[in-house]
Design a protein. Sequence first.
Length: 105
Amino acid sequence: MVMKKVINGKMYNTETATCIGCKCTNALSKRDFRYREEKLYQKRTKEFFLYGEGGALTEYAEYVTGCGYTYGEKIIPLSEEEAKEWVEKNMDADEYVKLFAECEE
């Protein structure tokens, strides 16, 4: 899915940024209220952002007046430190070193 969002005067676009990693937190269908997926992106400017999507019972849910919560999606800008933490939690050591090339043994 393509998502574009301007946050604090900066454009974030999943179509033009590079997807670095993906974390599917469960094997549920997108129709399930608990479905949740996150993808880490890096812009050409080297800035990081997280694209998240999820069902009505996740932090990505959107509120629809008169209907309650439903599937939603968000873009969240990340600092380099936050991106490193996400990669540490969700990707392997080789991928971390490839991205940040500053790991101590």
